[in-house]
Design a protein around this ligand. Structure first.
Ligand SMILES: Nc1ncnc2c1ncn2[C@@H]1O[C@H](COP(=O)(O)OP(=O)(O)OP(=O)(O)O)[C@@H](O)[C@H]1O
Ligand SMILES: [Mg+2]
Length: 323
């Protein structure tokens, strides 16, 4: 990893394992061993200030768990996480934007109080009047109006509620936002508005994003870099353009092959072959070998290390060997 770049976040060998054993008595009576689910297992990444890193992969591959690790909502089982300072030289307050803004906004609080809370908790403004002015400013910044402060979350549409979540995240003076499927619960036209808002805010305030989405067309559009996850590991990480133009890992190729072809929408896309294996008992060696069309003998027993090939990181024996 180069050291001359200004990174807002560096994660090294992060892991998050869950104990998913049956209750002790049941386990003892049936003589079952303990069971560990390695939701994230050895993830290293670095996010340059002001950029967007997207995380993609099928359901259950560990994207949300990684997102929670990155903002400190779950503690790592292993590994380290280092944040840069914010632009004023102070402590960074990473924020998370969730898929369902309604679930993450207190329904009994008026929007003004929701947005004011982090300002008050962190002591960011000297007086109640200053706090109120800042709330008005934030609401207008996200495309709402100051008069919306007196309304309740249920009085807003899904897209407007996501704007409220963004205003609340920005209220902490956050420069680093981890967005876990921020638009997937919204209609397509509203999705575009929220994505545009996020892009505008990024430009204006130099925000840094980690972005999780199942929509690969959106990912291609918004990302500087993309990390592809499979069963708790990043199998390929590259600049977005390079990854979409010439995917290297067989799993990345399989994922990208599901994107509709805009030039030829009638062309049949390859469906995803097979299913993600049970993460409690992942396959030995390269965990993708059970679905990989290029599988060789060592893939079944030897875990591929991260290889740097043409400026990108890939975990695949064949790619590392230049096949
Ligand atoms: N608190 C928990 N306890 C036990 N297992 C968990 C816990 N949280 C997540 N998992 C498991 O960890 C794995 C990764 O889950 P995670 O939610 O991170 O996946 P994801 O990539 O975000 O999936 P999706 O695309 O469906 O949102 C899954 O097998 C999930 O069941
Ligand atoms: Mg998720």
């Amino acid at each position: 990893m180069p050291h001359d770049q200004d990174y807002l976040l560096r994660a090294d060998d992060l892991a998050c394992w869950f104990d998913v054993s049956p209750p002790w008595l049941e386990r003892t009576l049936s003589r079952q061993p303990t069971q560990t689910l390695k939701a994230v297992d050895g993830v290293s990444l670095a996010v340059p200030r002001g950029s967007t890193l997207s995380i993609v992969g099928e359901s259950g591959c560990g994207k949300s768990t990684l997102a929670k690790l990155l903002v400190g909502l779950v503690a790592p089982t292993r590994g380290t996480l280092r944040y840069g300072r914010n632009r004023k030289g102070g402590t960074l307050h990473p924020q998370m934007i969730f898929q369902d803004p309604y679930a993450s906004l207190n329904p009994r609080w008026r929007v003004g109080n929701i947005v004011a809370e982090p300002i008050i908790t962190l002591g960011l403004r000297a007086s109640p009047a200053d706090t109120r002015r800042r709330v008005d400013e934030l609401l207008e910044l996200v495309g709402l109006s100051a008069s919306d402060a007196s309304r309740f979350p249920h009085e807003f549409s899904g897209g407007q509620r996501q704007r409220i979540s963004i205003a609340r995240a920005l209220a902490t003076e956050a420069e680093f936002l981890v967005c876990d499927e921020p638009t997937s619960a919204l209609d397509v036209s509203v999705q575009a508005q929220i994505l545009n808002l996020m892009g505008d805010l990024q430009k204006e305030f130099g925000l840094t994003y980690v972005f999780i989405s199942h929509n690969l067309s959106v990912v291609r559009h918004v990302s500087d870099r993309v990390a592809v996850m499979y069963l708790g590991r990043i199998v390929e990480q590259a600049a977005a353009d390079e990854l979409f133009e010439s995917p290297k890992h067989p799993y990345t190729k399989m994922l990208l092959d599901t994107i509709p072809d805009l030039d030829d929408p009638r062309r049949d896309r390859e469906p995803m072959a097979g299913e993600v294996p049970n993460p409690i008992m992942p396959p030995a060696g390269c965990t993708f070998h059970t679905r990989c069309g290029m599988v060789q003998e060592r893939c079944r027993s030897v875990v591929p290390e991260v290889a740097v090939v043409g400026g990108r990181e890939v975990r695949c024996h064949l790619v590392a060997a230049g096949v």
